[in-house]
Design a protein around this ligand. Structure first.
Ligand code: SAM
Ligand code: SF4
Length: 474
């Protein structure tokens, strides 16, 4: 056990939990956005060095519009230099919306009697996954409310069911989960089912606000949630995603706490979390949100740029909660994964409806384009949409870190694998117009390779995909 179960303290930090409000507030109060310092900090990040919490606080306190543009420009340069032009695509799949918690911001909360409650049967789950495969999806995140029915065994069974669905050339190659915290045994059970990333958001790292918005159920326990990912690590799940729900409390505080959470991981496990998510609260069934902390578009886009600079080798996830124009802007600053073709209504993929029904889903989404529309848009903007799952399957974990630190890693693995999975999509699912544009993009990117040997190897594999072979990767 890493923590004292009473105090949740670390062995090397006796009796002190790793999130300290005094520490965060102190840093936010002390730092100022001095132009020289801001530029130095941006330059440090562009030099591929992670930022400290104090340095992050300086960027968060910067209000001068010119400096903010420089922060955004820095994030854009970092993204281009380090990550290139691939964007990983996934889709969320809601397995069940029973919930015993009472989170004030969520349509699934137990006191919301208007919510229609459903748990997918095995047959319904298979049906949904079939629809997702028919659209071309390869990576899913399964989402669950918190309820005794959604035990680790239940979750593990649903994960295995999803992996088992094969329709035509379709298959799901990576199943991530977003589910309530478990004990170590529970995490072992879901790990054995072959989950990819385990994701859980702290929602707010601010204790008082946490207590205010979590009014019932197990989720009331701040510490049990904060230490969920430590228990996951104990159980051998080293691929985890953290996040905060923006709009509950001061966004600067939440960013600092996210960075502190990353530091905790690096210090104790030698590896940071795989991804950070930063959803903004959206309209939901019977939900009223405190307007004081609503995050404007301007602050939101700035926040993404600061996160990119602060933790340059952590994946950043943006979801369809955000409208297309915001997605487009933050893709430039370093978001590396987005969902596409998203439906969050229960059974939403098989029973497509013309409009959203908030009483049958968790919250409102703002980007309801089909997967192909999202793909077309990405291709038009010269991004390579990727369904790659190679690193995870050949045991190259910590891939964001490798992308960042191993010279040539992206050119040798990520971009070719993105092209191969794009080619599969173009062959199996794309309309003619997308197919033409997609292959044009692949040719343009192939032309950038001057290592002739590698290039011909890649061309050979692309040809094999055209001839019907599937699941080829480097
Ligand atoms: N029930 C589990 C839990 O709470 O951790 C997992 C699934 S929950 C459905 C997934 C995430 O949705 C939550 O962690 C929260 O951040 C987010 N969420 C809840 N209500 C939201 C809203 N109104 N707008 C945007 N995101 C919301
Ligand atoms: Fe339940 Fe999760 Fe919604 Fe809270 S956020 S009400 S735990 S589904």
């Amino acid at each position: 056990m890493i923590y004292d179960p009473q105090t949740y303290a670390l062995p090397d930090e006796p009796m002190k939990p790793f999130i300290s409000e005094d520490e965060i507030n102190g840093m936010l109060e002390e730092s100022t956005g001095d132009p020289g310092l801001v530029r130095e900090i941006i330059a440090k990040s562009l030099n591929k060095k992670r930022l400290s919490m104090q340095e992050t606080a300086v960027l968060l306190n910067t209000t001068d519009p010119e400096l903010i543009s420089e922060i955004k420009e820095g994030a854009r340069t970092l993204k281009e230099n380090v990550y290139g032009n691939r964007i990983v695509l996934f889709a969320p799949l809601y397995v069940g919306n029973l919930c015993t918690n009472n989170c004030s911001y969520c349509g699934f909360r137990t006191s919301n009697k208007a919510q229609q409650r459903t748990t997918l049967t095995s047959e319904e789950l298979i049906n949904e996954v079939g629809m997702l495969e028919d659209a071309g999806q390869k990576r899913l995140i399964l989402v669950y409310g918190e309820h005794p029915r959604y035990s680790p065994e239940f979750i593990a069974d649903t994960v295995k069911t999803v992996y088992g669905v094969k329709k035509g050339n379709g298959e799901i190659r990576r199943v991530n989960i977003n589910a309530a915290p478990m004990d170590i045994e529970g995490f072992r059970t879901v790990k054995e089912a072959g989950i990819g990333t385990y994701q859980v958001f702290q929602e707010t790292y601010h204790r008082e606000t946490y207590a205010k918005v979590h009014q019932g159920g197990l989720k009331r326990n701040y510490d049990y949630r904060l230490t969920a990912l430590d228990r996951a690590q104990e159980a051998g799940i080293d691929d985890v995603g953290i996040g905060a729900l923006f709009g509950l409390y001061d966004w600067r505080f939440e960013v600092m706490a996210l960075i502190r959470h990353v530091n905790h991981f690096e210090k104790v496990y030698n590896v940071g979390p795989h991804t950070i998510s930063f959803p903004r609260i959206k309209n939901a069934s019977n939900v009223e949100v405190d307007p004081r902390y609503q995050l404007s578009d301007e602050d939101f886009t700035r926040m993404v740029a600061i996160l990119r600079l602060a933790v340059p080798y952590t994946g950043l996830i943006l979801t369809a909660r955000e409208p297309a124009h915001i997605r487009e802007e933050v893709l430039r600053y370093g978001v590396s994964q987005i969902d596409g073709g998203t439906r969050i209504e229960m059974k939403g993929y098989s029973g497509q409806k013309p409009s959203q029904n908030l009483d049958a889903e968790q919250f409102e989404i703002n980007d309801d384009r089909s997967l192909n529309e999202v793909m077309e848009e990405l291709i038009r903007k010269d991004y390579i949409p990727s369904f790659c799952t190679a690193c995870y399957r050949v045991g190259r974990t910590g891939e964001h870190f490798m992308e960042f630190s191993v010279p040539g890693f992206i050119k040798r693995y990520c971009t070719p694998n993105a092209m191969l999975t794009l080619a599969e999509y173009l062959e199996d699912y794309a309309p003619e117009q997308t197919k033409e544009a997609g292959y044009r993009l692949i040719s343009e990117n192939l032309a950038k390779y001057d290592d002739e040997r590698f290039k011909s190897m890649l061309e050979e594999r692309l040809e094999k995909v055209r001839q019907g072979e599937r699941d080829l990767y480097f």
